[in-house]
Design a protein around this ligand. Structure first.
Ligand code: SF4
Length: 120
């Protein structure tokens, strides 16, 4: 199989061509450093993303508070996380960095607030 992708590990954005027969035989071309090879392998075997979203605030100075995962999360878990985020309702005060969901789906990844939310 072959797949083209852009490495997002640094601003250079190398265009990679990845070919593989099985998970033990992945070849990467187009990368200018070793990070590109690691990135391509992870994208094929276990792609992960940092998830950003907003969460409804029951009361407070704003109606929605921006949040993100503290680590990249396996893509397969993201729909379940988004379902939980849509059901969340925050009650201020919330401080930036506060854990809102801990160890999501047992992955070790937390959802954290990226801003403060004060009471009004
Ligand atoms: S392969 Fe290396 S140089 Fe190219 S985008 Fe990825 S990290 Fe940057």
């Amino acid at each position: 199989m072959e797949r083209k992708m852009v490495c997002i590990s640094c601003p250079l954005g190398c265009r990679l061509t990845v070919t593989w027969e099985d998970e033990n035989d992945i070849a990467v071309k187009g990368n200018k450093c070793a990070k590109g090879e690691s990135y391509a392998q992870e994208e094929i075997l276990a792609p992960k993303r940092v998830v950003t979203a907003t969460v409804r605030a029951a009361t407070g100075a704003v109606r929605r508070l921006p949040v993100k995962t503290n680590l990249p999360m396996l893509k397969g878990y993201i729909p379940a996380l988004l379902n939980r985020i849509y059901k969340l309702e925050l009650r201020p005060p919330i401080v930036r960095g506060q854990v809102l969901l801990k160890n999501i789906e047992g992955t070790g990844v937390d959802l954290v607030a990226t801003r403060n939310l004060k009471k009004v």
